[in-house]
Design a protein around this ligand. Structure first.
Ligand code: DAH
Length: 330
């Protein structure tokens, strides 16, 4: 037995001590073997042998436990020394991120309409012809489809060219009244100073009983919204055309660069176009089988808002991930 006391004493690591534990106390270990031998010993010696073995057993266990604690303490100290951090050293310069100006602008838009009790819907980026065009009063071969250069998949599937299909999806899945906005990415085959193949829009739709929704309601909320976004500006509504609204208007704000005096950005007009809107066309309500309702809708481009708010010149710079640009928005 003495050699096992020595072995425990000499163990150099918790791992080798564990091997010794198995050799001594394990199922096939020394102690088990000694107890097994007892069976063949003369009866009168059995009691003494058992007593001796049990004494060894508890003595060895005490040695083992004490040694294990010692070895663990040593190993912990070694590990802590190796991983020590010198807190007096200078740290590497860290770069902290910030919300992208497009997302920040989108958040602010959502914040405004949420405060006006509009709920937020998303819809999918892959749409079908019905939701993106047909139900929005843009039947096949309608010339207005030329306004949008579309990325098509097979089987009349496409990347949505605007967030307006979320109007249709929401009306098909819920009963009026509706007050919703739909922020999200949209896609068009376009790329130049003022167009990127992917950009973001926020769509708005309000539907209530027939006669309850007027152009005046629409005018009020959009004016209030634009002042919330751009501060002290003038707002004007210009008659326009969209297939899904009738009457339709485009909305301008007084130029944020020259305060309406006329400059390069506003082409000397003093006005900047910022959104489209109108009273929901009856054909749209027919497509979703809504009866005896009235409503208004609007849609805007988030990048354009972000560029005007932060006075950014080139739309493409918003998508280049240039740290120098992004750092300015912290
Ligand atoms: N869908 C239009 C576009 O992508 C934007 C728009 C205009 C949405 C007028 C509307 C609306 O809901 O009433 O250019």
């Amino acid at each position: 037995m003495k050699e096992w006391y020595d072995a425990i004493q000499k163990a150099q690591s918790v791992e080798s001590l564990e091997e010794i534990r198995i050799s001594v106390f394990g199922k096939k270990g020394v102690l088990a073997q000694e107890f097994a031998k007892m069976k063949t010993a003369p009866n009168e010696n059995k009691a003494q042998i058992a007593k001796d073995l049990n004494t060894h057993k508890s003595a060895l266990m005490n040695e083992f436990t004490a040694k294990k604690i010692t070895l663990q303490t040593i190993e912990l100290q070694i590990a802590m020394k190796a991983e020590a951090i010198d807190v007096s050293l200078f740290s590497a310069k860290s770069q902290s991120g910030a919300l992208h100006p497009v997302m920040e602008t989108m958040d602010k838009i959502v914040e405004y309409f949420s405060s006006m009790n509009f709920s937020v819907k998303t819809g999918g980026m892959v749409e079908d012809d019905f939701h993106n065009f047909e139900a929005l009063n843009l039947p096949k071969y309608h010339p207005a489809r030329d306004m949008q250069d579309t990325f098509y998949f097979k089987d009349e599937m496409l990347l949505r060219t605007h967030t307006s299909p979320v109007q249709i999806r929401t009306m098909l899945s819920t009963k009026p009244p509706i007050r919703m906005i739909a922020p999200g990415a949209v896609f068009r085959r376009d790329y130049d100073l003022t167009h990127t193949p992917m950009f973001h829009q926020v769509e708005g739709l309000l539907v209530d009983e027939k006669g309850k929704v007027s152009f005046a309601n629409l005018k009020f909320i959009l004016e209030d919204f634009l002042k919330y976004m751009f501060g002290d500006i003038e707002v004007r509504f210009r008659p326009s055309f969209f297939p899904f609204t009738e009457p339709s208007a485009e909305v301008d704000i007084s130029c944020v660069f020259c305060e309406g005096n006329g400059c390069r950005v506003c082409s000397k007009t003093g006005w900047l176009e910022v959104l489209g809107c109108g009273i929901v066309d009856p054909n749209v309500f027919n497509a979703v089988k809504y009866e005896n309702v009235s409503g208004y809708a609007f849609g805007l481009g988030v990048e354009r808002f972000a560029m005007l708010i932060h006075q950014i010149g080139d739309l493409r710079s918003l998508f280049e991930g240039d740290i120098k640009l992004l750092e300015q928005f912290q």
